[in-house]
Design a protein around this ligand. Structure first.
Ligand code: ARG
Length: 474
């Protein structure tokens, strides 16, 4: 492909070290579709004969179909997917095949392929996110109380639904991130050539349009050097896994014997080879672990990009590994979390117990005193004394007698006791975004509506934002 100025071919070791086919074979669809758009444009502009262009587009269509049927290209030793596709066309078509690389370089070609791939991947990730969000909402209960923690110490009671919707919010920001990365990738570099543009009367808009890019790149040097869309995708993956990891960490804690608020279904837990009593939350632990792996991939790629002088350097070839490894981390993790969570069991009684454990309704006492006219700081201090009296007596707040309450402060009436239940505590937090069952019910309805809107938006982007051959299938 580039041997003209060399007297000898590369050493076996050098060839093996520098080739990227084993990774970028996964780009075969993007490479073929982008080559097809390029060939059609060359023909339309009279840069190659119309008959050559036709032979090329026909040959590319056939190759795509064959490779789809075969489950992708097999490694025949080609340097990368670009040289593979070109070699096959030359073998099959002869001269027209040799004209495909007119007005193009592998540098703008690989950037085009990668952008197409990233666009499709953001939509597939978006769908998986929407499915997981739907699973969360499906299990959300507006009335079931649960403990809410800060510092992993009993904080205030919340509702189970409120907690699950918090996870839903995190994932909905990730879904926003999918659209942002999609937009970042939605720029067509074709026509940038190796780095300086090409000396042919090409129609960049035509090729971009055929590939459903919404715009063409404005600077050829930036176009071949830029990997921001890839770093964006990697950071999106890290963000998703960080969210899943925090959620998984909660599930590990909740499933532990000390909390015992949830139990994974047998199908999504594992035992110990030595301790027969064990039921390990392995999936949640691995999700936590994979977040670490994802961070390594993203920071590794950022470190790789940081030293590459403008424009292209073969360092950038490492971007395929980062991309596909991230894909292989994120999609299965979203899927397994959806499955494992859909079948998890909540122990509502235990959650109710834990909701008030550790004097979690102590804030109610302070709020009650504020209603009686006490400044909050003073009320907080008195509530603290109530907690210490309960600790000293070894009882829950509700078990303190009228007499004991009165001895601490005359304003502490028996009616206060009704406020100290988890149910009362959550019901009184009836502000927008608060945990009151009434608010949570509304939030669940709203989340359902938003998920349907997002699914529609993802479908619409799949239909309009990518060539049919590259759009994620249902
Ligand atoms: N295999 C290369 C990559 O993945 C394609 C571009 C090669 N360009 C070059 N000038 N060596 O980045």
């Amino acid at each position: 492909m580039w041997g003209g100025r060399f007297e000898s071919g590369p050493a076996d070791a050098a060839r093996a070290f520098t080739r990227s086919f084993p990774w970028d074979r996964r780009l075969y669809r993007e490479d073929i579709v982008a080559s097809r758009a390029h060939a059609a444009m060359l023909g339309a502009r009279g840069i190659i004969d119309a008959s050559d262009a036709e032979a090329l587009t026909g040959g590319l269509d056939r190759l795509l179909q064959e490779l789809d049927e075969a489950g992708g290209p097999v490694d025949a030793g080609d340097e990368d997917i670009h040289s593979y596709v070109e070699r096959v066309l030359i073998e099959r078509l002869g001269d027209p095949g040799r004209r495909l690389h007119t007005a193009r370089s592998r540098n703008d070609q690989v950037a085009t392929d990668m952008r197409l791939y990233v666009k499709g991947l953001t939509l597939r990730i978006g769908r998986a996110l929407a499915d997981l969000m739907a699973a969360l909402v499906e299990r959300a209960e507006p009335d079931t109380v649960a403990p809410g923690f800060t510092h992993l110490q009993s904080g205030q009671p919340v509702t189970q639904g409120h907690y699950l919707l918090a996870i839903h919010e995190m994932l909905s920001r990730d879904l926003d991130g999918c659209y942002q990365v999609f937009a970042l990738a939605d720029v067509c570099p074709l026509g940038s050539g190796a780095l300086a543009g090409v000396p042919y009367d090409i129609d960049r808009e035509q090729a971009a349009h055929a590939l459903h890019f919404s715009q063409i790149s404005r600077n050829s040097m930036d176009a071949v050097a830029d990997r921001d869309y890839l770093l964006g995708l990697l950071n999106l993956g890290v963000g998703i896994l960080l969210h899943l990891s925090r959620w998984a960490e909660d599930l590990v804690i909740w499933a532990s014997p000390g909390y015992a608020m949830v139990e994974f279904d047998d199908a999504y837990a594992t035992g110990s080879s030595i301790m027969p009593q064990k039921k390990n939350p392995d999936i949640a632990e691995l999700v936590r672990g994979r977040a670490g792996t994802a961070l390594g991939i993203a920071s590794g790629m950022a470190a790789t990009v940081k030293g590459v002088p403008l424009t292209y350097g073969l360092d950038l070839q490492e971007d395929k590994q980062a991309l596909f490894r991230m894909e292989d981390l994120v999609l299965p993790t979203l899927e397994i979390m959806r499955e494992a969570f859909a079948t998890i069991r909540f122990d509502r009684e235990r959650m109710a117990q834990m909701a008030t454990a550790g004097y979690a309704t102590a804030t109610e006492i302070a709020d009650y005193l504020v209603e009686q006219g006490a400044p909050f700081r003073e009320a907080h201090e008195i509530a603290g004394r109530v907690v210490s009296a309960a600790i000293a007596a070894g009882v829950e707040l509700v078990a303190l007698t009228d007499h004991e309450l009165q001895a601490i402060d005359g304003r502490l009436c028996p009616e206060l006791r009704e406020r100290l239940t988890a149910g009362s505590s959550v019901a009184r937090r009836d502000v927008p975004g608060g945990t009151a069952p009434r608010r949570v019910s509304l939030a669940i309805d709203d989340a359902r509506r938003r998920i349907e809107l997002e699914r529609g938006r993802l479908r619409e982007l799949a239909a309009s934002g990518l060539p049919v051959a590259l759009a994620p299938r249902d």
